[in-house]
Design a protein around this ligand. Structure first.
Ligand SMILES: O=c1[nH]c(=O)c2ncn([C@@H]3O[C@H](COP(=O)(O)OP(=O)(O)OP(=O)(O)O)[C@@H](O)[C@H]3O)c2[nH]1
Ligand SMILES: [Mg+2]
Length: 349
């Protein structure tokens, strides 16, 4: 009887150990799914990417090596964590892990070359290519194979637009919708620095890249009155807050020159250890008594010039949003950002 009880207790203990082992290690399954799907996709479509025949091969090898690497981490965590002293098996596994990391790094560079080289010309439809008499070898790659590799390589590089201003976010999303469809946004309260707009934006960018720990975009917008030698400039936020639209008009009461320009400086920073790059866009115009809905900052008192450089008809606030987004300081600055991302497709996932 006692023997049976003991056996049952042992069985229950084994069950509990097994369950906790499975629960503790379920993460490995989730992490392995991504490289495993690469092996499967690369193998199934191994001859279906004539544009760059190394892409399926890249997926298979990347999958295998990543899984081996993950298994080595799993084995060290699972079976060697209680060993107090370093023995030969741990030493060999550690060396192997370093070797695999090195290989994966080189393989990652190869993948970037093979994939991004073709991102502008790749075509997924064989029939259309054949009907246009274009050679399949020069343009065709299976959509799943190409997009898997593209997304895999780009997955850590999604750009985050950091701002605490909802109106700015709406405009940026609309302007960048085609160029950067995966733009993320994050509402972070960054300090408002003092100084020249470019320096202010660079300071914001460095801080945002540290907080996000990845590629970021930030912007600083300023409104410059020519009669006041560029003031309030980057301090417009406080001037608007304290003086309102009327007060801003009154600042220019003593001057005939009501011209001004809206300026937007965007900064892109690829990560915490990178230097930010800035892109400046300006929109010339005039300061007028407020017209149009009061939904965004100083939009009602800024009337942009027309293409000939003469006074336009509507204030930003009176314009249709799509028109504002074609001519504004923000869209001009973002055009330069788009040109930059055209040359750096790794951020456009
Ligand atoms: O009428 C407007 N049309 C615009 O196109 C526009 N862009 C910005 N602003 C305003 O100008 C000040 C500087 O802002 P700013 O660049 O420091 O932004 P912010 O502090 O609101 O957000 P953040 O991005 O710094 O978090 C703030 O009062 C913004 O509301 C605009 N007003
Ligand atoms: Mg600000």
């Amino acid at each position: 009887m006692n023997a049976i009880k003991l056996e049952m207790n042992n069985k229950q203990t084994n069950d509990i150990i097994c369950k906790s082992f499975c629960l503790k290690n379920i993460w490995i399954l989730f992490i392995i799914i991504l490289p495993l799907s690469g092996i499967i996709i690369g193998f199934i479509f191994r001859n279906d990417c004539p544009l760059e025949k190394y892409i399926p091969l890249w997926e298979i090898i990347n999958g295998f090596i990543t899984i081996i690497f993950l298994l080595l981490i799993f084995i060290t965590k699972q079976f060697f964590h209680e060993i107090q002293y370093r023995n030969w098996s741990i030493f060999i596994i550690d060396q192997l892990k370093i070797l695999l990391i090195f290989f994966l790094f080189l393989w990652f560079i190869c993948g970037n070359i093979w994939v991004y080289k073709y991102y502008r010309i790749v075509k997924y439809d064989k029939q259309i290519l054949l009907s246009n008499k274009k050679t399949i070898e020069n343009f065709y790659c299976n959509k799943i194979v190409y997009l898997y590799a593209f997304c895999y390589l780009s997955r850590k590089m999604v750009v985050t637009y950091v701002t605490g201003n909802k109106n700015k976010l709406v405009e940026v999303q609309a302007i960048l919708a085609d160029a950067l469809p995966n733009l993320r946004s994050q509402d972070l309260d960054l300090p408002e620095y003092q100084g020249e707009p470019e320096q202010i934006t660079k300071g914001k960018a460095i801080l945002a890249a540290q907080r996000i720990n990845g590629p970021i975009l930030v912007e600083d917008t300023s409104l410059h009155f020519n009669a006041l030698h560029g003031l309030p400039g980057p301090y417009i936020k406080w001037f608007l807050d304290k003086l309102g639209h009327d007060g801003l008009n009154k600042l220019l009461a003593a001057y005939d020159d009501k011209t001004a320009y809206a300026q937007c400086v965007f900064a892109f920073c690829a990560g915490p250890s990178h230097q930010p790059i800035t892109f400046t866009g300006r929109c010339p115009g005039r300061i007028v008594p407020a017209r149009g809905p009061n939904t965004f900052g100083w939009d009602p008192i800024f009337q942009p010039d027309n293409e000939q450089g003469q006074a336009g008809e509507k204030t930003f606030a009176e314009m249709d949003k799509t028109i504002k987004n074609q001519i504004s300081h923000r869209s001009r600055s973002l055009q330069l950002v788009k040109d930059y991302f055209d040359k750096h497709p790794e951020y456009v996932s």
